[in-house]
Design a protein around this ligand. Structure first.
Ligand SMILES: NC(=O)c1ccc[n+]([C@@H]2O[C@H](COP(=O)([O-])OP(=O)(O)OC[C@H]3O[C@@H](n4cnc5c(N)ncnc54)[C@H](OP(=O)(O)O)[C@@H]3O)[C@@H](O)[C@H]2O)c1
Length: 281
């Protein structure tokens, strides 16, 4: 019996993975924003006879404070963690800045994953074969707007979404280089027919609906991810796109860029801490 925490576990691929892991007899903590969806997930778990092994942790992961509260709740639940699945997403046609001052797609799609990956690493490193499965878009080669990560100057929802691909690639590279025992897996599922959670302008909403017809069903899309969670790869870092392994030699996985991003992220998080301390002084 193993233990898993799953962000975005109330819908789409995260939910399907949560229920499949519960069916396999594991303990699963699901993180999501919607209490109604959380309650529905717990009902579905109870119907599988797994109600006592499922937990819902309500969390707004676009806030660093929300991530840290969720980490504290996971620590209350588990003394070790076999798997962390990162699957929360929310598309925004309009640019929104969180109460902590970060553009919200950058905060949810990247900063949250950075904080959860590193700040749960001690629990993960305690497990026998720990793995982080980061469901994203590896190897896309999309641009990182280094001087304006929050896209203040030229925001587009698609640009923000595209940028989260290379940011997570570099997160994986940096994490694997930090020589922890935990395996890091970047997994691009291709187009999958999920909730596509988000706030869409009319044109983008129409594009999403049109794409649904050719999208992979969720049950099919999660099969290779379950295989990874069942049997994590031996390599510190792996990347897959549409089920096929990607070479880690390309520019998407540049160690120097990973170090640069790591330093930049640490500075952003340190600035936030300083602002919070000044605010509460
Ligand atoms: N679907 C695709 O075609 C596709 C393609 C490539 C990559 N991916 C990646 O695959 C992963 C799963 O995507 P999906 O399409 O399965 O997701 P989805 O069905 O759209 O569900 C999104 C999940 O994210 C949660 N979420 C949204 N905002 C949140 C917030 N602020 N705090 C906490 N949780 C929040 C939602 O929870 P609540 O509803 O409870 O708020 C929901 O559980 C994502 O990382 C996505 O980027 C998806």
């Amino acid at each position: 019996m193993r233990t898993f925490a799953i962000t975005g576990g109330t819908d789409g691929m995260g939910r399907a993975l949560a229920l499949a892991l519960l069916e396999r007899g594991h303990h699963v903590a699901v993180l999501g924003r919607s209490p109604a969806k959380g309650a529905e997930l717990l009902d579905a778990a109870a119907q599988l006879g797994a109600g006592n092994r499922a937990r819902f942790i309500p969390a707004d992961l676009s806030l660093i404070s929300g991530n840290r509260a969720a980490i504290a709740a996971i620590r209350d639940e588990f003394s070790e963690l076999d798997g962390l699945v990162l699957a929360a997403r929310y598309y925004r046609s309009d640019r929104v800045v969180t109460a902590e001052g970060f553009e919200s797609t950058f905060a949810l799609s990247y900063l949250s994953r950075f904080v959860l990956s590193y700040e749960l690493s001690d629990l993960l490193d305690t497990a026998t074969a720990p793995v982080i499965l980061n469901i994203c878009g590896p190897g896309s080669g999309s641009e990182i707007h280094w001087d304006d990560l929050g896209l203040a100057a030229n925001y587009h929802g698609q640009t923000a979404l595209s940028q989260s691909g290379p940011l997570n690639d570099l997160l994986g590279v940096g994490y694997a280089e930090s020589s922890r025992r935990t395996r890091y897996v970047l997994f691009g599922p291709g187009l999958v027919n999920t909730a596509f959670a988000g706030q869409y302008d009319a044109a983008t909403a129409a594009q999403i609906e049109a794409m649904r017809a050719r999208a992979t069903p969720v049950a099919e899309a999660i099969a290779p991810m379950l295989a990874i969670l069942d049997n994590p790869p031996a390599a510190p870092l792996s990347a897959y796109s549409l089920g096929r392994p990607l070479s880690l030699d390309g520019p998407s996985f540049d160690p120097d860029a990973a170090q640069r991003l790591h330093r930049t992220t640490q500075a952003l998080l340190a600035d936030l801490t300083t602002h919070e301390q000044e605010r509460t002084a």
